[in-house]
Design a protein around this ligand. Structure first.
Ligand code: ADP
Ligand SMILES: Cc1ncc(COP(=O)(O)OP(=O)(O)O)c(N)n1
Length: 269
C-alpha cells in the first residue's frame, strides 16, 4: 500500500442494502481515493423501504475491532454513525482517547428517515455527555438537532438558534443539516462562535437514502486530507449533491446515492 494514502475509519451500523451506514461510508471513502476501514456496531436488515431488524454487536467485540484497527493501521480521520447503546458508546470513547484519534466526525444517528429508532432511549445521555464532546464536528439533521437542544426547528432562523445553543456545551463544531426543511437544502456550520451557511441546490428526488452518512464520511475524508473544517464541509456537500444529482434509481422506496458519479464523469473526459 502507498504509505501516503489517507486512511479513514468508519464506526457505524451495517445497511445490508448498501445505501446507508458502513456501506455508504466505505463507498464514499473509496470514491475519495482513500483507504476505508470499519468497526461494525450493529447489523441492520433494511432496504429502500425501511428498517426491519437490528442486531447489536457486543461492546467487547466493538472494542476488539477498534484495538485491531488502531494498533495496526492508524486512521487519519474517524467517522462515527449509528451507535445504538450506551455501553458501546463508552467503549468507543475510551478507545478514541486511548489511541489519541484525530479528526473525529460524529453523525448522531437517532431515527432513520423511514421512522425506525436506531438509538435506544437510554443511550441519549451517553450521546450528549460522552460521544458528542469527543467530536471535532457533529452533524445532526433537524430532528436530531431538536432532540439535542429541546427546541422546535422549522425555519433557517431556528437552525441558527439551535446551532448556537448546541455549541454552547461543545468544544468542536456543529453542522445542522437542512435536508428535512422543505424547499431548501441549506446546511449551517457553527464553528468557534461563527455561523457559516452552505447553500445547496434542492434536488427533487425520492432517492435520498444515506445522504447523512455520506456527508459525514465525506467530511472525514476532507479533514484527513488536511483541509479546514469550512472547506471540508463545502467539499462534502458538493459530493452529496453530485451523488444525488446523478439520478440513480434503485429499489421500491427511497433509493441510494450514486457513488460512481465521479468515476463516470472522469471516464467520459
Ligand atoms: N433533496 C435534496 N437535495 C439536495 N440536497 C439534499 C436533499 N436532501 C438532503 N440533502 C442534503 O443531504 C445532506 C444530508 O441531509 P439530511 O437529509 O438533512 O440528513 P439525514 O440524511 O441525516 O437525515 C445535507 O447536506 C442536505 O442538505
Ligand atoms: C445502519 C444505518 N445507519 C444510519 C442510517 C441513517 O442514514 P442517514 O444517511 O442518516 O439517513 P436516511 O438514510 O435514514 O435518510 C441508516 N438508515 N442505517
Amino acid at each position: 500500500m502507498d504509505i501516503k494514502m489517507k486512511k479513514v475509519l468508519t464506526i457505524a451500523g451495517s445497511d445490508c442494502s448498501g445505501g446507508a451506514g458502513i456501506q455508504a461510508d466505505i463507498k464514499t471513502i473509496t470514491a475519495h481515493k482513500m483507504y476505508a476501514m470499519s468497526a461494525i456496531t450493529a447489523l441492520t436488515a433494511q432496504n429502500t423501504t425501511g428498517v426491519y431488524g437490528v442486531q447489536e454487536a457486543s461492546p467487547e467485540f466493538v472494542a476488539q475491532q477498534l484495538d485491531c484497527i488502531f494498533t495496526d493501521i492508524f486512521p487519519d480521520a474517524v467517522k462515527i454513525g449509528m451507535v445504538s447503546n450506551a455501553r458501546i458508546i463508552e467503549v468507543i470513547v475510551e478507545k478514541l482517547k486511548k489511541y489519541n484519534a484525530r479528526n473525529i466526525v460524529v453523525d448522531p444517528v437517532m431515527v432513520s428517515t423511514s421512522g425506525c429508532r436506531l438509538l435506544n432511549d437510554d443511550a441519549m445521555e451517553a450521546v450528549i455527555n460522552k460521544l458528542i464532546p469527543a467530536a471535532d464536528i457533529i452533524t445532526p439533521n433537524i430532528p436530531e438537532a431538536e432532540a439535542l437542544c429541546g427546541m422546535k426547528i422549522d425555519t433557517t432562523g431556528g437552525m441558527e438558534a439551535a446551532a448556537e445553543k448546541i455549541s454552547e456545551a461543545l468544544p468542536g463544531s456543529v453542522l445542522i443539516k437542512g435536508g428535512h426543511l422543505s424547499h431548501t437544502a441549506d446546511d449551517l456550520l457553527y464553528s468557534k462562535g461563527k455561523a457559516i451557511w452552505f447553500r445547496g441546490e434542492r434536488i427533487n428526488s425520492p432517492n435520498t437514502h444515506g445522504t447523512g452518512c455520506t456527508l459525514s464520511s465525506a467530511i472525514a475524508c476532507n479533514l484527513a486530507n488536511g483541509l479546514t473544517m469550512e472547506q471540508s464541509v463545502k467539499n462534502a456537500k458538493a459530493y452529496v449533491t453530485g451523488a444525488l444529482k446523478a439520478g440513480l434509481n434503485l429499489g421500491q422506496g427511497s433509493g441510494p446515492l450514486d457513488h460512481c458519479y465521479r468515476i463516470n464523469i472522469e471516464g467520459k473526459s
